[in-house]
Design a protein around this ligand. Structure first.
Ligand code: GDD
Ligand code: MN
Length: 382
């Protein structure tokens, strides 16, 4: 449902995602109204069916430059922002929170930075002149810092967590693979629009006066998933090789531990060779399942049996070397876990290069890119 259709294109469209922000909207629109006296802007509120009187309020205010979209199907902050962006008509696009944390008076400075050549502008707490209102608990502060550090490999922006953003319409049009899982739509846009020249305009970040924050634990866990997805998008090689190496290391520990456990319990009954074979088999399964999920995340989800057969073939060389080294060391009275560690290490190192390249080429092949109707660009929005 939409109130007020756009008339002509303004210089700036301000997108405000809302969920149960009726008490903040009046003061926010009053302040935006003042900014509007010196800066041609319209406002697009994207509300997720708050049912808190937002619709009645916007209707009663009767402001021609404010448009309300009420979504009843989709939910979530980032997808609300994307919806607003796709419907906005302004030459410059601004995204801000409704809860008065972000000062609308800074919008003209943000637009000026765009006009001076910035690709993207964030309202920033962490540049000189920026600040955060007292009263942020230690936990929220630590949370924000840790999240900011995790974003470091993707951008040098001081405040990549900011939800106060401005960019040109063209920039937004160049975005690829936007994935609205992230709460941090600013970080997503900076990375996926490949913005280089990001300006930061200092803001004083106020504590919300009305309503509640929607930053739940689930939303924070989503941020971790978001970071993983961004890493896979931006650094596909490393985000495959690093988990592959870590799974390999975990496999060495699993193998040595298992070997020790088997020797200590049923070793006398089943004999040394059987103990080694069982430990190797379980470790291979461990590595296969983790590699498939963490290292070769792009591989097809369905061809598991074919992948397992290929994985076993690829492991043949390291496995035989591992078996021989472990046996030889055990018969030389090297203590069990160390014999296992040495066997697995020698086996893996001998096989690792072979294994990595052959796995990538034969076992966990990338699926072909989906063919697009008409051979055009992938769609920008979900
Ligand atoms: N449509 C819609 N749907 N809007 C939502 C949803 C949703 O599911 N969840 C939150 N919003 C809106 C809120 O109504 C508010 O206007 C804005 O998004 C930010 O939500 P808050 O709940 O106020 O977030 P916050 O204060 O925890 O986080 C803020 O600070 C971060 C930096 O610390 C936001 O500004 C973030 O964007 C910012 O990154
Ligand atoms: Mn807030």
């Amino acid at each position: 449902m939409t109130q007020n259709a756009p008339t002509s294109s303004p210089l700036v469209s301000v997108i405000v995602p809302t969920y149960q922000e009726v008490d903040s909207l009046g003061p926010l629109l009053a302040r935006l109204g003042e900014v509007r006296e010196g800066c041609d802007l319209d406002v697009l509120i994207v509300d997720d069916n708050s049912q808190d009187g937002t619709e009645a309020l916007i209707e009663s205010l009767g402001l021609s430059w404010v448009r309300l979209i009420v979504r009843t199907g989709d939910r979530g902050l980032s997808s609300a922002v994307l919806r607003g962006l796709s419907e906005a008509t302004g030459e410059h696009l601004v995204v801000m929170d409704a809860d008065l944390s972000h000062p609308p008076e800074v919008i003209p400075d943000m637009i000026a930075a765009l006009q001076q050549g910035a690709d993207f502008v964030v309202g920033s707490r962490y540049v000189p002149g920026g600040s955060t209102e007292d009263g942020w608990g230690v936990l929220r502060w630590i949370n924000s810092k840790v999240a900011t550090i995790m974003a470091r490999p993707f951008t040098r922006v001081r405040d990549p967590m900011s939800g106060f953003l401005a960019f040109q319409r063209d920039r937004w049009a160049s975005a690829v693979d936007l994935d609205p899982i992230g709460y941090k739509i600013g970080l997503e846009l900076i990375v996926k629009c490949r913005c280089r020249n990001v300006a930061e305009v200092p803001i004083h970040f106020s504590t919300r006066r009305h309503g509640e924050s929607k930053l739940s634990l689930a939303v924070q866990l989503q941020y971790l998933r978001h970071i993983v997805r961004l890493a896979r998008w931006k650094f596909p090689g490393w985000s495959s090789f690093i988990p592959f190496a870590m799974v390999g290391a975990s496999g060495v520990a699993v193998y040595a531990g298992l070997l020790w456990l088997i020797e200590a319990t049923v070793g006398d009954r089943i004999g040394r060779s059987a103990a080694i074979v069982i430990a190797i088999a379980v470790t291979m399964l461990w590595n296969f399942l983790l590699d498939r999920r963490l290292a070769f995340w792009y591989a097809s989800r369905s061809a598991v049996l074919r992948q397992f057969a290929g994985f076993c073939a690829v492991c043949a060389v390291p496995v035989v070397i591992n078996y021989l080294v472990t046996r030889w060391l055990l018969s030389d009275d090297v203590p069990t876990p160390w014999a296992g560690v040495a066997g697995a290490l020698v086996g893996s190192v001998a096989g690792v290069i072979f294994n990595w390249f052959v796995s990538r080429a034969l076992v966990f092949r990338k699926p072909p890119p989906p063919s697009l109707p008409g051979g055009g660009e992938p769609p920008l929005q979900q």
